[in-house]
Ligand binder design. Structure first.
Ligand SMILES: Nc1ncnc2c1ncn2[C@@H]1O[C@H](COP(=O)(O)OP(=O)(O)O)[C@@H](O)[C@H]1O
Ligand SMILES: [Mg+2]
Length: 268
């Protein structure tokens, strides 16, 4: 197969600890090429999950981090000027559709709605991608699948997916893993002892209870991994938690005190 697509192959197994039946459900969804939406707070394992599934299904994975400056051309492709005139360059969505990759649009609500609609013809049974400027209709490869991630906490009236987009997807809910699984993940990813991993998770659980009571978002698994990796580098646990867990999520002095106190409960 093409060299272009080879760079997107996932060759080593990305570590993923299943939380419920998401692996089986995703495999079933992939088998019918159902477009999938992974919903959940930031840093809870959505990206890792899709990397793991691409590896398991032996499909290339093309990830696009969405942002509000992104245009339809950034996804679909554009003409470029070179010495010989103009040359068409496929965008990531066109590459994925042509060669049969899983195309993962990360944080899709960040993209403007007029950008997001270009995925529509790929998500119904036509499975096509019109390259309007080029005058080509790409029929998606049999292996192609589209996956989007979505943080339900972040949407506002200005920024949300249209119902006409949402209803084209099956959805899996993600959340922070249970205490034991999350501790295992932290220990695996950083090399801290189970005992320290459990303390970090306990601090996060306290902070997660403050979501909506002064915190917009809880401490994520990703942040715990940052804290653990500092501790492994012999940073004092208090300092590690301050840097990785407390300071990033709030500027409110009272909230910082409350979180620092939670840290002191577990690391004394
Ligand atoms: N179930 C899981 N199994 C393995 N690692 C996980 C899991 N959940 C979270 N992680 C870890 O947390 C980090 C952040 O997760 P990520 O997938 O980037 O979050 P999201 O895409 O939801 O923002 C990952 O790099 C990984 O180390
Ligand atoms: Mg992600």
């Amino acid at each position: 197969m093409s060299k272009i697509i080879d760079q997107y192959r996932v060759t080593a197994e990305p570590y993923y600890h299943p939380v419920a039946d998401e692996v089986e459900l995703y495999e079933a969804a992939y088998s019918v090429r159902m477009p999938m939406m992974l919903k959940g707070p930031t840093g809870c394992g959505k990206t890792r999950f899709v990397e793991h599934m691409a590896w398991k299904l032996k499909k290339p994975l093309i990830t696009v981090a969405c942002n509000e400056d992104m245009t339809a051309s950034d996804l679909v492709g554009r003409f470029l000027l070179d010495a010989n005139g103009t040359r068409w360059q496929d965008g990531p969505l066109a590459v994925a559709a042509r060669y049969g990759a899983i195309c993962y649009l990360d944080e899709v609500v960040e993209a403007r709605q007029d950008t997001t609609v270009v995925i529509h013809p790929l998500t119904d049974n036509r499975r096509v991608l019109p390259l309007e400027k080029k005058g080509e209709l790409v029929h998606a490869h049999a292996d192609f699948q589209i996956v989007i991630s979505y943080n339900p906490g972040y949407q506002s009236l200005m920024k949300d997916l249209k119902q006409s987009t949402k209803q084209r997807f099956g959805a899996l809910d993600f959340n922070y893993p249970s205490h034991d699984i999350e501790s295992e993940i932290i220990a695996h990813e950083t090399g801290v002892s189970t005992e320290i991993a459990e303390k970090l998770v306990s601090i996060a659980e306290r902070a997660r209870n403050l979501k909506g009571h002064g915190l917009d978002e809880g401490i994520s698994t990703r942040m715990l991994i940052y804290a653990g990796s500092l501790i492994v580098k012999k940073v004092d646990a208090h300092a590690a938690c301050r840097v990785a867990l407390v300071r990033p999520i709030t500027d409110d002095p009272d909230m910082r005190d409350a979180l620092d106190a939670a840290v002191s409960t577990f690391f004394n």
